[in-house]
Ligand binder design. Structure first.
Ligand code: R5P
Length: 294
């Protein structure tokens, strides 16, 4: 196997190659003055199984096109099997027709990748795993929550309360609890489909005097975490932390979260940023090693 680190995940891709002890194929990429992307492989991929590591956090559309171009280049130059390792899978939240007339964006994205040459896709904590079943190739999501929980455990947060912002994310808190060892629970969140405005219901949770870590798949505007943190403080939590797999942190999300009483935000290098304190490299390498493309 060879790894092609895409421009959006260069460091992560190189780390994965190092973990696996395989070659990282160098890539030239540039953006033309009119905004179009250009890629060129600088290594051989003939008869090789390759894994392209490319996250699709903002600017999503550009990064998706880059991924498609790299897949096309690899296939065109003889790669045998192409696995797209896409830590943050853009458009995954538009996974059904919520309002009449909408697209199922994630299915359109998957079809585009298939046409470009992708044979298999691996992502991390995709919003809803069931959407992957509709992809035109094998697709799998792996969870980075145990890695995040382990990070906190190593820092002395054993016995922290693991909280999910809603019941759809409760399994994330349950997964974290298996590492942290105390209790877990969730709040009730509602998002208005037209305005995007979220509201959250206060619930009785045993957090009084405790350290609470809120686990979520992603932080976008920070509204979800800020609301959950506020409720935790109202319920008497001693300290509140936020952990997420994909720290998109759009606009003033970080400020908003810290102002809500969160001590620290911890994310992964799915979306490289200054809060990316946990690397996905061991998780992705292990998966690639144990699950060869069929
Ligand atoms: C939604 O269901 C996700 O799991 C996240 O909770 C949400 O997308 C976070 O978005 P924001 O940071 O804008 O509240």
């Amino acid at each position: 196997m060879k790894i092609i680190p895409g421009p959006a995940s260069k460091q992560l891709g190189e780390k994965v190659a190092k973990f696996l002890g395989v070659e990282a194929v160098p890539l030239v990429f540039k953006t033309y003055p009119d905004g179009e992307s250009y890629v060129r492989l600088e290594g051989r991929v003939q008869n090789e199984e390759v894994a392209i590591v490319q996250t699709t956090s903002p600017p999503q559309d550009t990064r998706l096109i880059q991924l498609a171009l790299i897949a096309d280049a690899a296939k065109r130059h003889g790669a045998e099997k192409i696995t797209a390792v896409v830590p943050y899978l853009a458009y995954a939240r538009q996974d059904k027709v919520f309002l009449q007339g909408e697209a199922i964006s994630i299915e359109a994205v998957a079809r585009m990748l298939k046409v470009a040459g992708v044979d298999r896709l691996i992502t991390v904590n995709v919003h809803q795993a069931k959407v992957l079943a509709k992809f035109p190739f094998a697709a799998k999501t792996i969870s980075a929550i145990p890695l995040l929980a382990e990070h906190f455990k190593q820092k002395g947060f054993k016995k922290a309360f693991a909280l999910a912002p809603d019941d759809g994310a409760l399994w994330l808190a349950e997964e974290a609890k298996t590492v942290l060892g105390d209790e877990c629970g969730c709040l009730e969140k509602h998002r208005d489909l037209y305005t995007g405005q979220i509201t959250m219901k206060k619930k009785t949770l045993n957090v009084y005097g405790k350290t609470v870590i809120i686990f979520d798949d992603l932080i976008s505007t920070g509204g979800t975490i800020a609301l959950a943190a506020k409720i935790m403080r109202e319920l008497g939590a001693d300290k509140v932390y936020a952990a997420c797999v994909h720290p998109l942190l759009i606009g003033d999300a970080e400020k908003r979260i810290l102002e809500s009483g969160v001590e620290e935000i911890v994310g992964t290098d799915s979306v490289p940023s200054h809060v990316s304190k946990v690397s996905l490299a061991p998780l992705i390498s292990k998966f690639l090693k144990e699950h060869k493309s069929g």
